[in-house]
Design a protein around this ligand. Structure first.
Ligand SMILES: Nc1nc2c(c(=O)[nH]1)N[C@H]1C(S)=C(S)[C@@H](COP(=O)(O)OP(=O)(O)OC[C@H]3O[C@@H](n4cnc5c(=O)[nH]c(N)nc54)[C@H](O)[C@@H]3O)O[C@H]1N2
Ligand SMILES: Nc1nc2c(c(=O)[nH]1)N[C@H]1C(S)=C(S)[C@@H](COP(=O)(O)OP(=O)(O)OC[C@H]3O[C@@H](n4cnc5c(=O)[nH]c(N)nc54)[C@H](O)[C@@H]3O)O[C@H]1N2
Ligand code: SF4
Ligand SMILES: [Mo]
Length: 695
């Protein structure tokens, strides 16, 4: 019997397998990370974030007792759980009584386990009876989700296992930098190339991932839609369409074809800055590839105010060339957060119920209400999207319960969002550390994390995994599930039994709630996950898991994939003489998201101590900045200052900032909250700025 526990990393959507072992009997809370080479996705490999993850379990960097805001001093002071939960219940009741049920908002996170996401959505709908719930996944892959739904009838990040990437003929990686954002996955791309396949990377920066590519296209930020249309134009012009596939398995081709024909390669070159020969080369590599080809998108093309249409344009390219619904071919989205996939399937999204059911569908409401033991008519309708919800704080939303996000750092136009948060009558935050957002709360609840609790996560492949408890939590800390239970006991005691603190009991209910839905988990159990290295949804009761989707039919009512005709449009904010440069934002290897956890990890902070502004030597010369000089990036919304990092590996018309930090280097003080009309995804990846030397 081994004293080590097999589990998964707390961070990104790859959900690498790892083994945790106590370093010694005298130090039961100190864990060593061991290789778990039998887990197929990462086969033992971990990035530095996974390797150093136990550092955040250390009670020196985390919250170990509830904090409440002292009325007299205005400071956060320690309190008992009883007092903290009572205060939250009182804050909620007060907002409800004076402003109605929708005056209470809930904000969740894609890092929460399926059981937590499910319970949080249920809590909002039946205990609080508010429509005002959404989560940070809206900032993450909601555009790809919407485009996937409209083309294929269902949205699962990758419709095939990661391992298929290594065996296809060509992959176009659009706005994705796995060398920094999921390093152990890189081996699938290097293996692809070793087998003779081609890798095309589309990124305004020459990233570490682009360095590995056979072809790197560097478009102007915000122009991926034109680029994809230009490629489809060439596919048609050069008669590379797969007419048999189009006729047998799709609908809507004629309008899509006509829309693409309006996008001449020369015009696309002017819009994107990508030379026509490169566009032709990319099209040729994609069409020639055997035995298949894939397009994978990540946040580059998705975090745009036209992210849904942009992803649709890439899907159209796959459909027109028969590169979908076949083995080793297809479109996929590389999701981001640990449970970015499951987090959007089980009900914390404003318009969704568990099992990827829609909140405005009467049959879905009836099914889920029966599992919850409530009247379907008592369930609220769809609420606002994440940014709109944050923007309404202090307006018609007076109290907020937040679990698993740090919007003071990560939301667009963050200075404004911070002011909205401060204008609330009441804020409660459950977190493992005192994040910048938790520091503004009236009540802060210290919760268990990752290695201290059990629960399921769904990785970017749609593989449902089990994270196991490996260590006891510190005294004074409770799980998010116990928090919801404690609040239900106070606010609606008759419903409290529906919030058991044990994750496996919740999973059993989640299975029933999801049964018959698009994301059907009813055939998945903890035992099965353990026995099978994870289980791919959909997996109905008595049925088989689905590692590969769409091979026989798409999930639309008639089984055909749907083309959507799209046309290019400019970014919400174009450059002008006052704001002549484009800012784009993203990630670095050693920091994770708002940095709440990784900035508290010594070795990661050493590797990546602070923000920077990446800029081209030509732009640096114009600004008069030398390497390391403080540079100010200003938009119509705000200003951020960070040291210059000068490199030829970025377009001269573009600057890049990572968004992991608070303070004066906070990139989101500058970003544009313009929203995609369908997904309500903010335009994190492009806004107009002025760059100056900060003195
Ligand atoms: N180290 C680390 N890893 C992470 C995370 C982290 O915070 N840190 N977060 C996780 C999460 S939640 C997510 S969502 C994923 C995100 O993973 P990625 O999408 O790989 O990460 P980003 O850095 O946001 O964006 C990817 C690339 O898009 C490029 N880009 C910017 N603008 C455009 C554009 O207009 N068009 C195109 N084509 N490209 C553009 C950027 O230069 C960047 O290199 O990473 C996950 N993994
Ligand atoms: N400019 C710019 N901004 C961006 C992006 C970008 O590319 N550019 N990307 C966006 C994307 S894709 C994402 S996903 C968001 C992410 O940004 P956030 O939503 O801020 O995500 P995290 O920093 O992961 O915040 C998670 C918080 O929950 C806490 N936490 C961790 N585990 C648990 C748990 O089990 N329970 C509870 N209660 N708390 C927990 C962590 O300590 C942390 O404070 O940022 C978005 N913001
Ligand atoms: S790639 Fe993602 S899941 Fe794997 S170790 Fe790194 S952060 Fe963790
Ligand atoms: Mo994300």
């Amino acid at each position: 019997m081994s004293d080590a526990t097999d589990t998964h990393c707390p961070y990104c959507s790859l959900q690498c397998g790892m083994r945790l072992k106590a370093t010694g009997p005298d130090q039961p809370r100190s864990l060593e990370v061991l290789e778990r080479s039998d887990f197929p996705v990462n086969r033992g490999a971990l990035c530095g974030k996974g390797q150093s993850a136990p550092a955040v379990l250390d009670s020196a960097v985390r919250l170990t007792e509830p904090l409440v805001r002292d009325q007299a001093s205005g400071e956060l002071v320690p309190a008992s759980w009883e007092e903290a939960l009572e205060r939250i219940a009182a804050g909620i009741r007060s907002a409800q009584q004076s402003h109605g049920l929708d005056a209470v908002g809930v904000f969740g996170g894609g890092g929460l386990t399926n059981e937590k996401a499910y319970s949080l959505g249920k809590f909002a709908r039946i205990v609080l009876r508010t429509s005002q719930i959404d989560y940070n996944g809206r900032f993450c892959m909601s555009s790809a989700a919407a485009a996937g739904n409209r083309a294929f009838g269902v949205d699962r990040g990758l419709p095939f296992p990661m391992a298929d990437i290594a065996r296809t003929g060509c992959v176009i990686l659009v706005g994705s930098n796995p060398a920094e954002t999921m390093p152990p996955a890189l081996r699938y791309f290097t293996e692809l190339r070793e087998r003779g396949g081609k890798l095309i990377v589309i990124d305004p920066r020459r990233t570490r991932t682009a360095e590995l590519a056979d072809l790197h296209l560097a478009p102007r930020p915000g122009t991926d839609l034109a680029l994809a249309l230009g490629m489809l134009h060439l596919v048609v012009a050069e008669a590379r369409t797969d007419e048999e596939f189009i006729a047998a398995r799709t609908t809507g081709w004629e309008e899509t074809r006509a829309a693409a024909m309006a996008h001449w390669p020369e015009h696309v070159e002017r819009v994107t800055g990508v030379p026509v020969p490169q566009l032709r080369e990319a099209t040729r590599l994609f069409c020639d590839a055997e035995p298949g080809a894939m397009v994978l998108t990540a946040r580059g093309p998705e975090q745009q105010a036209k992210g849904v249409d942009t992803v649709s344009a890439w899907i159209n390219l796959c459909l027109a060339t028969g590169r979908a619904g076949r083995p080793l071919s297809g479109y996929g989205c590389l999701t981001g957060q640990g449970n970015g996939q499951g987090g959007r399937e089980h009900g914390q999204k404003a318009d969704q119920l568990p099992g990827y059911r829609m909140l405005n569908d009467p049959a879905a409401r009836a099914h889920v209400a029966s599992v919850w033991g409530v009247d379907p008519d008592s369930l609220p309708g769809p609420g606002r999207s994440a940014y709109e919800l944050l923007d309404a704080l202090g307006g018609d939303i007076r109290a907020l319960l937040l679990m698993g996000s740090n919007p003071v750092v990560s939301a667009p136009r963050a200075t404004h969002v911070e002011a909205r948060i401060k204008s609330l009558d009441f804020l409660a935050v459950a977190d493992v550390v005192l994040s910048e957002t938790a520091a503004l709360a009236d009540v802060v609840l210290p919760v268990t994390q990752w290695a201290e609790e059990t629960g399921t996560m769904t990785n970017l492949e749609g593989r449902v995994l089990l994270r196991r408890r490996a260590v006891d939590p510190p005294d004074g800390v409770r799980s998010d599930l116990a928090v919801l239970r404690g609040l239900a006991e106070r606010l609606a005691p008759e419903l409290a039994a529906g919030f058991p603190p044990a994750a496996e009991e919740i999973f059993a209910e989640l299975r029933r709630a999801s049964a018959g839905g698009k994301a059907d988990y009813s055939g998945i159990s903890y035992e099965r996950i353990e026995a099978e290295d994870g289980v791919f949804w959909p997996c109905p009761e008595g049925g088989s898991p689905t590692p590969r989707m769409f091979l026989d039919r798409f999930a639309t009512p008639d089984g055909r994939a749907v083309f959507t005709p799209v046309s290019h449009r400019p970014a919400a904010e174009e450059t002008n003489p006052d704001y002549p440069v484009l800012l784009t934002t993203g990630r670095v290897l050693a920091q994770y998201q708002s940095g709440a956890q990784t900035r508290r990890t010594a070795e990661l902070n050493e590797a990546s101590p602070g923000p920077y502004v990446q800029l081209h030597p030509e732009l640096a010369a114009r600004v008069g900045a030398a390497e390391g000089d403080p540079v100010a990036v200003l938009s119509r919304r705000g200003r951020a200052v960070a040291p210059a990092r000068i490199t030829a590996g970025i377009r001269p018309d573009t600057v890049f900032m990572p968004f992991h930090w608070a303070g004066e280097g906070r990139a989101n003080a500058v970003t544009n909250p313009a929203l995609d009309p369908i997904s309500r995804m903010p335009e994190f990846k492009v806004c107009a700025v002025r760059v100056e030397l900060a003195t």
